[in-house]
Design a protein around this ligand. Structure first.
Ligand code: ZN
Length: 158
């Protein structure tokens, strides 16, 4: 596994629509593993393939329940609403308020191209919306309500 270079806002690749994965290959499996490692190294909760420069419909998420790999994900159900802060590894040092559904159900394929159905509430639902938006070339900054803020790290002595 290897840590891949992140792409940042302003890179045209982040505005492109990704291609579906028709067949899983060792190369794409390695990409998914590298994305998980890259996400952990950057202390993110999700990462989408275009953020490492690959225009394929693959995203990884770990909100503390272990890593999920989503291949060709589709949101099939949403409900409720949450308003909260969101950030992105491709927009470092910033955060902003984004409205998302509180609950999301998605269908996708896993790293072995087995069909999966994943339900998430709260942060997991938010992460799915955010990461899957990347696969259509959208960044959360398009959806921010109010100003984009600079991250402020408070030193609480811990
Ligand atoms: Zn992002």
């Amino acid at each position: 596994m290897a840590i891949r270079n992140l792409r940042y806002e302003g890179d045209p690749i982040l505005g492109k629509v990704c291609k579906e994965v028709k067949e899983m290959t060792p190369r794409l499996q390695e990409l998914a593993q590298d994305m998980i490692e890259t996400m952990y190294a950057a202390e993110g909760v999700g990462l989408a393939a275009p953020q490492v420069g690959i225009l394929r419909r693959i995203a990884v998420i770990d909100v503390g329940e272990g890593p999920y790999v989503f291949v060709n994900p589709k949101i099939v159900e949403t409900s409720g609403e949450q308003v909260g802060d969101e950030g992105c590894l491709s927009v470092p040092g910033k955060n902003g308020t984004v409205r998302r559904p509180e609950y999301v159900k998605a269908v996708a394929y896993d790293i072995n191209m087995q069909p999966i159905e994943v339900e998430g509430h709260g942060l997991f639902a938010r992460a799915m919306c955010h990461e899957f938006d990347h696969l259509d070339g959208h960044l959360y900054v398009e959806k921010v309500e109010g100003p984009l803020r600079d991250n402020v790290y408070e030193d609480d002595g811990e």
